[in-house]
Design a protein around this ligand. Structure first.
Ligand SMILES: Cc1cc2nc3c(=O)[nH]c(=O)nc-3n(C[C@H](O)[C@H](O)[C@H](O)COP(=O)(O)O)c2cc1C
Length: 337
């Protein structure tokens, strides 16, 4: 009975995504590539390629390689400040990618139209209710609300507060997926009951067998508890640094020094604000690659959400999704009594 309830609660999200299970694999730079993305889609969920700083040529290859590994739908996550955003949209259109997720702020003029003209659905992140309403007016097809428990770049508000504030206001207007801090199916059941169409998880998928992250990166996840996943501190109020949640290590200290260095360059007039922000973003991209690919978990950035404490072992994607679904179904069954 719990399973039927769960299927019913997930039906809207699953239909929107074109898959069986309304769980998105949140795009993670360097991690969400052909192997993990196809594994999530093959297991019935919805994998999303993280384009990150990839060139259009690299994205083209990644999509083609993912298609070789799955005939199920998957999405592509594009960062709005990528200098070649429109070329990337063109690559997605050529491959008839069904869903494009836009991250990193409001899309530039014409961005939404370009994606929709290709027939793809657009999913955006909504960090606050006012922005969600604006995005709905501008024609997005679905929203992700992501709280500060999440791994990677984060906003200031927790998932539980965003869900309470936003779901009752917008969940009847379009599918809303909740992200940040989800490690168990019981919580998925809770957000579905509150009106979410589905959920998005990142941290929980990092230690999937199919994930290409370096063994050191996975080991750090398995060892860590929730309190090890800390948010970076903003050193200079002028620098619009978006906080990043990652495992505590030497790199977190180095980031403070990096901010001081960039702030000094601003003081000296050596860079403008745009260049300063870009320098910070490039710093993170390089640091994440060092940890994920090279396995340097001390001087690299081990981005992780607070749910990292619930990651206990390396296991196949299908097992992770099956466990989450069993927990969610059981919760819905128990709560019905
Ligand atoms: C290592 C790592 C890298 C990430 N990189 C990206 C990214 O490139 N683009 C993006 O939109 N979100 C990124 N995220 C956020 C995830 O897509 C997802 O929304 C988030 O992990 C959900 O919260 P959770 O970690 O608590 O499950 C990243 C998260 C992690 C842990």
């Amino acid at each position: 009975m719990g399973q039927e309830r769960l299927a019913r609660r997930m039906a809207r999200g699953a239909e929107f995504l074109g898959c069986d299970i309304a769980i998105l694999g949140g795009a993670m730079s360097w991690i969400s590539e052909r192997h993990l993305v196809s594994a999530i889609s093959n297991a019935g969920g919805f994998g999303v390629i993280a384009c990150g700083a990839m060139s259009p040529e690299l994205l083209d290859t990644e999509i083609a390689e993912t298609k070789k590994r799955t005939d199920k739908p998957f999405g592509v996550n594009l960062i709005t400040m990528h200098p070649q955003l429109f070329d990337l949209i063109e690559v997605c259109a050529r491959h008839k990618v069904s869903h494009v997720v836009l991250a990193g702020g409001l899309p530039p003029a014409g961005g939404l139209d370009a994606i929709k003209a290709s027939g793809a659905k657009v999913i955006c992140f909504a960090p606050a209710l006012a922005l969600a309403k604006k995005l709905i007016r501008s024609g997005v097809d679905a929203l992700v609300i992501e709280g500060m428990e999440a791994g990677g770049h984060i906003g200031p508000v927790s998932t539980s507060v965003l869900a309470q504030e936003m779901l009752p206001e917008i969940a009847d207007q379009l599918p809303v997926f909740v992200a940040g801090g989800i490690g168990k199916g019981q919580l998925i059941a809770g957000y579905l009951e509150m009106g979410a169409a589905g959920v998005q998880l990142g941290t929980r998928f990092v230690c999937a067998t199919e994930c290409i992250a370096h063994p050191n990166f996975k080991k750090a996840f398995i060892r860590a508890s929730a309190r090890d996943a800390i948010a970076s501190v903003q050193i200079d109020p002028r620098l619009p640094v978006i906080p990043v949640r990652a495992l505590r290590n030497a790199e977190m200290e180095a980031f403070a020094a990096k901010q001081r260095e960039v702030a000094q360059k601003l003081d000296d007039g050596k860079v403008d604000m745009g260049a300063a922000q870009l320098e910070i973003e490039h710093y993170w991209a390089g640091a994440l690659r060092r940890a994920v690919i090279d396995g340097d978990v001390e001087t690299g950035s081990v981005m992780a959400g607070q749910s990292v404490g619930m990651v206990k072992a390396e296991e196949p994607v299908a097992d992770i999704i099956a466990a989450l679904m069993a927990e969610a179904a059981e919760a819905l069954e128990t709560r019905a009594h």
